[in-house]
Design a protein around this ligand. Structure first.
Ligand SMILES: [Zn+2]
Length: 175
């Protein structure tokens, strides 16, 4: 596997990702998703977005063993609509190791996406699955969960973030 996990401080995590063409890019997408699944399994995560694996394309995966997703786990070119009252719950991110903070997000989503074969599907999700979709979808727009914290919480983790940036800067460059 040539892909490596991108950490806080990597420019790739801050770029807006582009849509994919499931019919033209089938071979590339299968390989990308395979690598992403391997990274997610290795890191024992709930979800992973393509930019975290170094590719700025609109693809994310979720761990179907941990979240009720009706058998779905690959989300390509997702469209997410949120609803319900906002709730706060703790989040972490594989790209920001050791940082766990409560984030306020809408409690429900309707997500429409393509699977690996390019077939569109729609899921209505609540609770942590809804949160995970919003977290991963944010990655496709270059947004990290720490961006959604209050100024005070952000200030409190500033040192931790700069340590991650320093510690992992070498890692993410080896691609
Ligand atoms: Zn994340």
């Amino acid at each position: 596997m040539s892909r490596r996990l991108q950490y806080y401080g990597s420019d790739i995590l801050r770029k807006k990702s582009v849509e994919v063409d499931p019919s033209e890019g089938a071979e590339y997408l299968h390989e990308l998703v395979k690598d992403m699944k391997q990274l997610l399994t290795m890191e024992r995560g709930l979800g992973l977005a393509a930019p975290q694996a170094g590719d700025n394309v609109r693809v994310f995966i979720l761990n179907p063993d941990e979240l009720p997703l009706g058998g779905r786990w690959v989300f390509m070119n997702p469209r997410v609509e949120t609803g319900g009252s906002p709730i706060k719950d703790e989040e972490g991110c594989l790209s920001i190791p050791g940082v766990f903070e409560a984030v306020r997000r809408p409690s429900r989503v309707t997500v429409t996406a393509s699977d690996l074969e390019g077939v569109r599907f729609t899921l209505e999700l609540t609770d942590y699955a809804a949160r995970a979709v919003q977290h991963e979808n944010d990655h496709l727009d270059g947004i990290l969960f720490v961006d959604r914290l209050s100024p005070i919480r952000k200030k409190l983790i500033r040192k931790q973030l700069s340590e991650i940036r320093r510690e992992y800067a070498g890692d993410s460059r080896i691609l």
